[in-house]
Design a protein around this ligand. Structure first.
Ligand code: FDA
Length: 301
């Protein structure tokens, strides 16, 4: 737990984030980040598509407190949407509202999101709003609801560690939802803290959305959860086109390929860009074994 808190603390450090951007993909991050440029990520998508794996593309970015940075992020994401359309890739977009100005000004963020969602809508491309920490949860849901009035190509993430997620899964059952355990450090008054409680709630939310909701993305590297879902869909005759499994780029690669080979819809979350630091630190927080990967990179120089 102490190690997890330490990496979450590092992930939130803006100074280290800026320093990391200057040094390119280092510290082992290249194994979990699919490059820094659009051509690199397009190449990665093409390779995954060949293996029957679709992709959700995250043009990395956080700690955005200047309008100019949010506008640049919007333009980068618009370029990804255009590339998905032009190259006819099997891919959609994942974005973070804070990257598009949520911490600066709600209305400004809304306009940025709208531009992206509108272009994606024209091309029939889905846009997922990643969920960040609790402070941003309700404003992110509000943005989603407002956009959903005009565009149905939007969805979001439900994090199992929040007490209120049980209500939210009901409230947003008509949305395409990605269901995850939750990656941030949250206080005891809003979130479950123990792995047992989080895992229990996770299965409950997945089952609810599989039975009552629109499309479900089960985003986990946990084989116990995956095996449970395989049994559950069989028992309840839930067809394969109602759900998919998702994992992050670079994690459990063999299992990703196996699930696709078994005929399940599979989608890899593909982060790319210079702003890889916070993302990478959260991955280290989740799985201390990933630290071994970093030390190997540092000492093999
Ligand atoms: P967890 O870390 O609980 O591990 C459970 C078990 O699975 C481990 O004990 C081990 O046995 C096995 N395992 C896990 N990783 C392994 C590995 N790499 N190799 C071998 N075995 C492994 N969070 C958030 O707050 N907002 C978001 O928008 C998203 N989005 C998102 C998208 C996608 C595609 C994924 C996969 C995850 C997210 N997350 C997220 C992160 C999520 O909330 C969570 O922090 C991580 O997925 C870690 O939890 P897991 O369910 O993967 O397993």
């Amino acid at each position: 737990m102490v190690l997890r808190d330490f990496f979450i603390y590092l992930s939130e450090n803006k100074l280290l984030n800026s320093a990391a951007q200057k040094y390119g993909l280092k510290m082992g991050a290249q194994s979990v980040v699919a490059g820094t440029s659009l051509p690199e990520v397009v190449q990665s998508i093409k390779e995954l598509n060949k293996a029957n794996i679709s992709c959700t593309v995250d043009n990395l970015g956080e700690f955005v407190y200047e309008k100019s940075e949010a506008t640049a992020a919007k333009n980068n994401i618009l370029a990804v949407v255009q590339a998905i359309h032009d190259e006819q890739l099997d891919a959609h977009i994942s974005l973070k509202p804070s990257q598009l100005g949520l911490d600066i000004d709600y209305a400004f963020c809304y306009e940025n999101l709208k531009e992206i969602v509108e272009l994606a809508y024209q091309y029939n491309i889905f846009v997922n709003f990643d969920m960040e920490n609790y402070e941003r949860l309700h404003s992110s849901f509000e943005l989603l609801e407002e956009l959903h009035k005009e565009f149905d190509n939007v969805g979001t993430v439900i994090q199992a560690y929040f007490f209120e997620s049980e209500e939210n899964i009901e409230k947003y059952k008509n949305f395409r939802l990605r269901i995850v355990k939750g990656a941030y450090k949250e206080p005891e008054n809003v979130a479950y803290q123990s792995k047992g409680d989080i895992d229990r709630n996770y299965l409950k939310l997945i089952e609810y959305h599989l039975l009552h909701g629109k499309f479900t993305s089960i985003a986990t590297h946990d084989h116990n959860v995956i095996n449970h879902v395989k049994q559950f869909v069989k028992q309840h005759n839930i067809p394969n086109d109602k759900f998919e499994f998702q994992m992050l780029y670079g994690f459990r690669k063999e299992m990703q390929l196996d699930l696709a080979r078994e005929g399940y819809n599979f989608c890899t979350y593909l982060p790319f860009g210079n702003d890889w630091y916070g993302y990478f630190m959260r991955r280290l927080a989740e799985r201390p074994q990933n630290v071994a990967l970093v030390t190997k990179q540092v000492f093999n120089k």
